[in-house]
Write a protein that binds this ligand. Structure first.
Ligand SMILES: [Zn+2]
Length: 426
């Protein structure tokens, strides 16, 4: 009986041991898989990329996106997306899809994400152009997910993408997150994909409604902005740059293009466990210092600091803040603290007070101290008046001294003449 129990116990022990080993091997395999995340979601080991041309549907009836004049975002998004598709297809080891290939197709954000899920996408890239309420902003930005590995992937890609776009000469506004009131991702395409475990970013190439950026979208010297006037060549260049950024991100190579990004080094980005919020606080410092003032020009320095992000633009007011200039580029360093020098010429310095406004990465602004230009000009002209008066006094003294010397010389002359005449008589 005892022997039988021992045999049963031994049998159980062996089974437990085998199960334990299987469990360890399974855990190790899972760990190995997570440790070296190998892209390639399709059965042939290809990277799977989905390009999503933003907006769509018949004009006026559906979602056009940003509009300026006759420039319609859904139209230019499709041109960029197709160029990106074509360029990316030239790389080895990648499968590329478009969520839709006609700008007249209306597609919900959920349907776009479901499509990405159905093809087992590694990454979805949503192609867009921007517009702002006051038509004042310009530059490129990339919206990324705000948490975990999605944030890391988004940030690493956006860093490469914005580097590519800066080659066009565009202002780089930055890499951004946005969170809704419910604490979830604000942008639907990012939210829908995050829910389905897919990396996704929104590329806002530039603004359709600001002259600084419109020159990249429409042909120059065109009076009417109609669909035919869009600069196809430039838009296709955007698409190619997007494709290059994707190729660099995934470390792809292309036999056709003769490029190899397999050693491309991505930025090291720490994985945030909680959502990364945008910089909603204004720059903590903005101060101005007058360096020169003339009759129609001034030079001043602006020192600004925003430790949560950096300064993108500044604008100035010469009427005490009633009206401001267009947004000017701060500098391209994107450091949290810096000082720049500004010279304004052909201005009427008598009109009032100088204020400078600086804008951080997330467009939150701070105003500087006020410099009363008309007060300084008045002081300056008073000083000039008193300078003039003292120089008049000086010239009066000088003139008198000259008269005295002149008279003395005349007297001397008369005396010498008189002596000479006396000597001659002898
Ligand atoms: Zn858009």
């Amino acid at each position: 009986m005892r022997i039988f129990i021992n045999q049963v116990n031994n049998g159980l022990k062996i089974k437990t041991l085998i199960l334990r080993y299987i469990l360890i091997i399974v855990i190790m395999l899972i760990g190995l898989n997570y440790g070296n995340k190998v892209y390639g979601a399709d059965e042939n080991g290809n990277v799977v990329v989905v390009i999503d041309p933003g907006h769509g549907g018949l004009r006026g009836e559906s979602d056009d996106g940003a509009i300026n004049g006759n420039i319609v975002e859904r139209h230019i998004n499709m041109i960029v997306a197709k160029a990106m598709y074509e360029e990316l297809s030239k790389y080895n080891g990648i499968k590329v899809y478009l969520t839709h290939d006609s700008e007249d197709v209306s597609m919900s954000l959920r349907a776009r994400s479901e499509f990405a899920k159905s093809v087992n996408a590694d990454f979805l890239f949503s192609i867009h152009f921007n517009a702002s309420e006051l038509h004042s902003k310009y530059g490129s930005e990339v919206w990324i997910p705000s948490i975990g590995s999605y944030y890391v992937a988004g940030y690493q890609f956006a860093d490469i993408e914005l580097n590519e776009l800066s080659q066009m000469g565009l202002l780089i506004r930055g890499i951004k997150t946005r969170i809704g009131d419910d604490g979830d991702e604000y942008y639907g395409i990012i939210r829908e994909n995050e829910w389905r475990g897919i990396n996704a970013v929104i590329i806002e190439h530039c603004y359709v409604d600001n002259k600084e950026d419109r020159r990249y979208i429409v042909n120059e010297n065109t009076e009417n902005d109609n669909a035919e006037n869009v600069n196809i060549e430039n838009l296709e260049k955007f698409g190619k740059l997007d494709a290059t950024a994707v190729a660099k991100y995934f470390g792809l190579k292309s036999t056709e293009l003769g490029v190899d990004y397999s050693d491309y080094k991505k930025l090291d980005v720490a994985e945030p466990q909680e959502r990364v919020y945008p910089d909603n606080t204004p720059p903590e410092k903005c101060s101005i210092y007058l360096k020169y003032i003339g009759n129609n020009s001034i030079t001043f320095s602006v020192s600004a600091k925003d430790s949560d992000s950096y300064i993108n633009y500044y604008s100035y007011s010469l009427d005490g803040g009633k009206t401001f200039s267009e947004l000017k580029i701060w500098n391209d360093k994107r450091s949290s603290e810096d000082t720049i020098e500004v010279t304004l010429s052909d201005i009427n310095v008598d009109i009032g007070n100088l204020i400078v406004r600086v804008y951080n990465r997330d467009d939150v602004s701070s105003d500087s101290n006020i410099i009363e230009l008309n007060g300084i000009m008045k002081q300056k002209s008073d000083k000039t008046d008193s300078d003039n008066r003292s120089s008049e006094a000086k010239s009066f003294v000088k003139d008198n001294r000259n008269t005295f010397i002149g008279m003395a010389l005349i007297v001397c002359g008369i005396i010498i003449t008189f002596i000479c005449m006396k000597k001659c008589r002898r």
